[in-house]
Design a protein around this ligand. Structure first.
Ligand SMILES: [Zn+2]
Ligand SMILES: [Zn+2]
Length: 181
């Protein structure tokens, strides 16, 4: 809904607005203009990401410089013990950890994973319920309990997906090289 002319005029006058995503009715353009003028004069100008509408009023997604400073610091501060750290991923979840808290959280996760796996060893196939089943690794953090038949089907589908993807990549490469000619 952002009128292109308005956005261009806005960026010309307020270069810092180039990346702001604006999606409101044209009737609010003047309000935004005035708001930007006031912000421009203020000494602590927030970083604005988006302006949209919700329940009839304007919603501005922004970060003040003071808040930005602390959210940046939080990325480098262990959320468990407050020592210096960085963002690490365990089981697809991002958390700020120092080295030692990361090591213990990772060990804890591995232990939990092993215990869960041990419990599942005697479970029937998740797909067809056959009793003759075992644990199959899908990747480092992900596994399933399948009988031979079901697992072969999974592997076959994986191969087929890979082949389809390869075909698609080839097709795209071909069309790009044709455009070059
Ligand atoms: Zn820590
Ligand atoms: Zn099965």
């Amino acid at each position: 809904m952002c009128n292109q002319n308005f956005k261009e005029k806005l960026v010309e006058r307020f270069p810092w607005a180039a990346d702001v995503n604006i999606s409101v009715g044209e009737g609010w353009f003047q309000l935004i203009w005035n708001m930007f003028e006031e912000l421009d004069e203020s000494s602590i100008k927030p970083e604005i990401f988006a302006i949209s509408e919700s329940y009839g009023k304007m919603v501005v997604i922004y970060l003040s410089p003071i808040i930005r400073k602390y959210t940046d610091l939080s990325k480098m501060t262990c959320a468990t013990c407050s020592q210096g750290g960085s963002i690490r991923v365990i089981n697809g979840q991002s958390t700020a950890y120092c080295d030692s808290c990361y090591q213990s959280a990772k060990a804890e996760y591995e232990k939990m994973k092993d215990a869960l796996k041990a419990k599942q060893v005697s479970e029937p196939c998740y797909r067809c319920g056959a009793q003759e089943a075992s644990i199959r690794d899908l990747d480092d953090d992900c596994w399933t309990v399948n009988c031979d038949d079901c697992w072969n089907k999974v592997l076959f589908r994986k191969e087929e997906d890979k082949r389809k993807l390869n075909d698609l990549v080839l097709e795209i490469k071909r069309s790009i090289s044709q455009q070059d000619k």
